[in-house]
Design a protein around this ligand. Structure first.
Ligand code: NAP
Ligand code: ZN
Length: 356
């Protein structure tokens, strides 16, 4: 075991603060990573504030992790000291169910071990749970460590580990590409990666945003058109036109307004996870044989494919780097949709020691 410093929430209502905890030493198949950067995902906020159900406290969030390999276990074959690597939302899974065998560990029947706030199989006899990437180091089974192309800026690559794969996976599963008319709803961390990927895959992309201030950015990021979703007339003009819509909104909103924009047999996929249930009118789907689906992050193999695609096409996130003591302020700005388009913590700014 070794001592690690991070930032933790000690309850749903307290700001995050410096926190000292123990990490396991490298087992035979483990990779120890010195974390250089970690993105701030809206899921970190939902979890730290117990919006999806009670979290375990202290809670060290963070699942957009980038760093360098600092040590490897004796049986590790895939990674070398000093290599640039990433860790996303999962650090383990059963490896035997049909989903795991298909390389879709995020849908593991037993539930994957999430990078934070999950019972930790490394400490089976205790009630320990995992601590995430708002910390100086992490130890992860090599099967859940990703290789990050060295040509990418490490800070701007961090959000690929969640915002990137979460939008890449459905675009890839539904085979979005040339000739498809695609809508992206919400220009946040996920939404801005969805715009970049859908454009790179050759689709005709329309961004739907509630924020008039994001129109220019939407176009700069590659969207061919931008529609202000609060404008009822503009929305009505988009009816029955889209092959595929990806909804990356973090808060309650009317899904039926977007289902109405799908053409016959069109698909809408939810990746956003608002805390409250949303209602769907049967006519929204039945009228034109539309389908509505959801999608969770992505499997390890497709995460590597996405990172390699980003390396080849030089795709990263638009980020604002923050210091560890700015995490709480960053949370408030995310909640005000005031982020362009992902905050990333510079781990060099983590305290070197924490007073008891
Ligand atoms: P984010 O950066 O906060 O972006 C969310 C965007 O939603 C905002 O920028 C805003 O875009 C829009 N929005 C916010 N409040 C709204 C409201 N009341 N009505 C309509 N639009 C609103 O969040 P994120 O990190 O991208 O995450 C988005 C959601 O995906 C979160 O719920 C997160 O937990 C979830 N998530 C899911 C997965 C998965 O595996 N499925 C993975 C990661 C995250 P505009 O200003 O453009 O309107
Ligand atoms: Zn995330």
């Amino acid at each position: 075991m070794f001592t690690c410093i991070g930032y933790a929430a000690s309850s749903a209502t307290t700001p995050l603060a410096p926190f000292t905890f123990q990490r396991r030493d490298c087992g035979p198949l483990d990779v120890q990573i010195d974390i250089t950067h970690c993105g701030i995902c809206h899921s970190d906020i939902h979890t730290a504030r117990s919006e999806w159900g009670p979290a375990s406290y202290p809670c060290v969030p963070g699942h957009e992790i980038i760093g360098r390999v600092a040590a490897v276990g004796v049986d590790v074959t895939r990674f070398k000291l000093g290599e640039l690597v990433g860790v996303g939302c999962m650090v383990n899974s059963c490896q035997t169910c049909a989903s795991c065998e298909a390389g879709l560990e995020q849908y593991c029947d037993a539930g994957p071990t999430w990078t934070y706030n999950s019972p930790d199989p490394a400490f089976p006899k205790t009630d320990a749970y995992t601590f995430g990437g708002y910390s100086r180091a992490i130890v992860v089974d090599e099967r859940f460590v990703l290789r990050v192309p060295e040509n990418l800026d490490p800070a701007a690559a961090a959000p690929l580990l969640c915002a990137g794969i979460t939008t890449w996976s459905p675009l890839s599963h539904w085979k979005v590409g040339v000739g498809h008319k695609v809508g992206i709803v919400g220009l946040g961390g996920l939404g801005h990666m969805a715009v970049k990927f859908a454009v790179a895959l050759g689709a005709e992309v329309t961004l739907f945003t509630t924020s008039a201030s994001k129109v220019e950015d939407g176009k700069r990021l590659g969207a061919h058109r931008v529609v202000i979703s609060r404008d009822a007339e503009a929305m009505a003009a988009e009816a029955n036109q889209f092959d595929f819509i990806l909804d990356a909104v973090s808060a309650e909103h009317d899904i039926n307004a977007y289902l109405a924009l799908l053409k016959q047999d069109g698909h809408m996929v939810l990746v956003g996870l608002p805390e409250k249930p949303m209602s769907i009118g049967a006519f929204s789907l039945v009228a034109k044989r539309r389908s509505l689906a959801g999608s969770a992050i992505g499997g390890i193999q497709e995460t590597q494919e996405m990172l390699d695609f980003c390396g080849k096409h030089n795709i990263t996130s638009d980020i604002e780097v923050v210091h560890a003591d700015q995490i709480n302020e960053a949370y408030e700005r995310v909640l005000r949709s005031d982020v362009k388009y992902r905050f990333v913590i510079d781990m060099d700014t983590m305290p070197k020691s924490v007073e008891a």
